[in-house]
Design a protein around this ligand. Sequence first.
Ligand code: NAD
Ligand code: GLY
Length: 378
Amino acid sequence: MNAALAGSVTVTTPDTRYEIRIDSGLFGRASTWQDLPTSAQAVIVSNPTVDALYGDALAAAIAPHHRQVSRVLLPDGEAYKTWGSLNLVFDHLLAHGCDRKTVLYALGGGVVGDMAGFAAATYMRGVPFVQVPTTLLAQVDSSVGGKTAINHPLGKNMIGAFYQPARVVCDLDTLATLPARELAAGLAEVIKYGPIADMAFFDWLERSLDALLARDRAALAHAVKRSCEIKAAVVGEDERESGLRAILNFGHTFGHAIEAGQGYGAWLHGEAVGCGMVLATALSAELGLVPATFVDRLTRLVKRAGLPVQPPVMPAERWLELMRVDKKAEAGAIRFVVIETPGRAALRSAPDETVLHVIQRHSAPPCAGQGVGSGAAA
Ligand code: NAD
Ligand code: GLY
């Protein structure tokens, strides 16, 4: 642990080891960028929104380590997490004569991070990259652990690679400009860590949610650090998701179905995960694993964070079809991350009728002609 930082977490996998640095004012601190791969060329991958806020600061900070720093800006939004956007990165790298030592810097939220990471994994069969996450969601989850991907119209994050960054730089100052809806979306992935791994953290979140919503710096620093510690421990044990890592997908089977089914971007990823966690916990209760009081407790926290807890309207068959595309499905059987007991999660399949019953029960009363579920993203 670097004593000068609010937080420092190390991720160790069989092939690599890297640091997550967490603090305010990291961009302007020379030590943030030291001991990283150096190269003639560096490319900042971002989008116009984030680049306008932080692109110049990052470019100035890394300039001493590279002869040339260029930028490629991708269209903003989940709907653009596509081959087309990815190709913009490759076009830029090739047009600028970037070699296999070129370092990519992913500046933005999870969408930019996942795409820049995938570009880094595949350009010339792999170039180094640094994650510079600027959303809460990216700081507590997507920038850590090396999952990179783009979406396919038939399924979320279906095309990608495991590829670890050289460092993750979580500058808490960037969270000051985050829209409130995006902050709430990030809180979904923070809340996730409680039921799957650490109920003391969940208790702390219940006490500290107002401070987090008010962007209290100390509260944010703790939430980012504890989330990263839990994620680093899981990734350290199971980088390639042969088992344990699946617990990080708590709420995601329902959530990914909501995102794909509603059209990417209609619900934010974190909103879909928030609602998905409520459904997955209700399913756990239905399977006799946790008491109904725990479903209520989680639902209250998700709601207080400003996240939707009612699923959208989709016909039953559509729900099942979308959930079958999930990467955790085996031989067409959907598998859910359930809470075995608060603080511990596991993968389980469940009868379709039980799953649909849970969705139905959490929906607003259906209007005539509607399918399972109701309600919309907040
Ligand atoms: P996002 O990347 O779309 O960012 C949200 C919005 O906030 C964007 O409009 C962005 O331009 C804007 N923004 C970013 N930083 C800002 C700032 N500091 N100030 C103002 N605006 C800012 O969304 P996200 O929630 O960060 O990431 C969601 C994505 O992450 C999804 O595609 C999801 O699949 C992925 N994800 C990946 C992993 C993983 O392990 N790789 C884990 C969780 C989620
Ligand atoms: N966000 C899920 C994972 O990294 O495995």
